[in-house]
Design a protein around this ligand. Sequence first.
Ligand code: SIN
Length: 365
Amino acid sequence: MNKLYKSAFTASLLLALAAGLQPAAAEGQPKVLILATGGTIAGVANTNSPTGYDAGKVKATDLVAAVPQLRQLADCHVEQFCNIASQDMNSDIWVRLSARVNEALLKEGYNSVVITHGTDTMEETAFFLENTLQCDNPVVFVGSMRPTTAISPDGPSNLYDAVHVAVSPESQKRGVLVTLGGKIFESRDLFKNDINHVDAFSSRYNGPIGRVDAGDVHYFANPIHGERPYWGIPADAVLPRVDIVHAYAGCTGDTIDAAVANGAQGIVIAGTGNGNMTQDCLAGVKRAVEKGVIVVRSSRIPHGFVNRNHEISDDDAGTLSSYDLSPEHARILLQLLIYHISHEPSPKYQLDLQKCFESGYFVNK
Ligand code: SIN
């Protein structure tokens, strides 16, 4: 364990002992699985690193041991799922993570799952699980913006909040949730809107749906979307390559040709405004569609809907529009849709793809 972290950790443990906390879980407490995946919440100072710290270093057991107050909330079990900076997350890990959470909730008697994760791609992993989990028990993502060795790390209080949200009866049937800085968000419209600040997350539409204030969990909004999506996926599934092409003034269609040449089966355009792009890009999109690649128009703008046939004719271009989904979220949904179309060509998967983006859900149970 890094020296600095060791002293912070030892200080936390001493404080916990001074507070006279119970060493073991009390009977009848909800059973919570804490799956640690890395990120700044497990980060440690490194004077040789240009960023000042390395994400994904502290072990899961040490993270949880540093917040002994968790024992007042739940019977917490800890598992190190991986220990990486979240820019290295990928769909292979998502598929395994989703399978592990399903197993914990459906077969191992856990009431809820808390997942510690880097904030950089948390919105993506949370949305993947939102679409692939099979039950309505609370699943709560949490991270931090400051590493464990910072003067005032936000990880321990965020972790406490996340477990509190996970055991709150009001968190049932709300889909996959994300907590940071005392706010609770839904995964579908979450995005990271600040590179440095501890209050780093925002919602594209509704704002946070709840808060954790002075130890209480308060919800002040109903779930945006009524019914949970479910795109069941086997634990060894290999998802298709779907690329995002970012549109900008002067963007050329050969970026789209390159994605197709690299094997993309789907492409999401992070378009200007209402999913727009240059004429040259649009010609590239049409070439991709002719080759059987599914192209979704989304937007690089964080708020607003990309409507079908609004400024670009999707009917003419053969494209889909993402509606409320960000390019990153549209990419995940497209990966799942292409996987299902290509692996299960039964009539129930003859999908109306555009509808899957409009409604956000296609319940195929
Ligand atoms: C990461 O996403 O792993 C690094 C940044 C963070 O956790 O805030």
